[in-house]
Design a binder for this molecule. Structure first.
Ligand SMILES: Cc1cc2nc3c(=O)[nH]c(=O)nc-3n(C[C@H](O)[C@H](O)[C@H](O)COP(=O)(O)O)c2cc1C
Length: 198
């Protein structure tokens, strides 16, 4: 039986590279989220949603089903399910990744009126990617929360086999708690507001 009070939190991995750090950061924030009651976190791996570069005649804000591309349809239905989102983003050339921006561009209504938080990494903790993404989120009528996790120099946190070193992200647990607390507050508030709007 589904509990309508449970918040569905989708954690989106923003890199698909073979040696990506995003799955380590994503796995870690998933474990932090699991500690919170009444939320149901799920990872959405963009490797599982091979969406083409957005190239439609009209914006998704006007789009009509049925979707022409099955990966876009599957991804959109997952976003529709979500009450809140955590975006795990790398910083590429002082911005977010192309694959993540493309995923944002494919969807519109399903993002609207929902909160989003960020787990980022890079030489300055992915801060510049997050600043870009906050603007994108506002345009998609989302509510970006203030607190974020900024992981510095992720390349120092892995062993020679590429695995996360033990306790590598422990010092970020407080930041994760701050992010999750705000995300849950906004998710509850906006879920109620969406419900009252029918
Ligand atoms: C194309 C490219 C551009 C990058 N640009 C930046 C950058 O502007 N700032 C930064 O801090 N790190 C930069 N990096 C390093 C990334 O932070 C690092 O490789 C990180 O692990 C990438 O995330 P991923 O492994 O999940 O793909 C860049 C990496 C790549 C591959």
């Amino acid at each position: 039986m589904t509990n309508s009070n449970v918040l569905k939190v989708k954690i989106i991995l923003g890199s698909t590279r073979p040696t990506r750090f995003s799955e380590h950061a994503g796995g870690w924030i998933l474990e932090q989220a699991k500690k919170i009651t009444d939320i149901e976190p799920e990872i959405l791996d963009l490797r599982d949603y091979a969406m083409p570069f957005f190239n439609e005649a009209v914006s998704p804000s006007y789009k009509q089903e049925p979707y022409k591309n099955e990966a876009v349809a599957r991804f959109t239905s997952k976003i529709a399910e979500g009450d809140a989102f955590i975006i795990v983003t790398p910083e590429y050339n002082r911005g977010t990744s192309g694959v993540l921006k493309n995923a944002f561009d494919w969807v519109y209504q399903e993002w609207n009126n929902k909160p989003v938080g960020f787990v980022a990494y890079g030489s300055v903790g992915g801060a510049r990617a997050v600043e870009q993404l906050r603007l994108t989120a506002v345009e998609l009528q989302m509510a970006p929360v203030r607190n974020a996790v900024h992981i510095n120099a992720p390349w120092l946190l892995r062993d020679e086999a590429g695995n996360l070193k033990p306790e590598a992200l422990d010092s970020y647990q407080g930041a994760a708690e701050g992010l999750l607390t705000q995300l849950v507050w906004w998710a509850n508030a906006l879920k109620t507001a969406r419900g009252t709007q029918g």
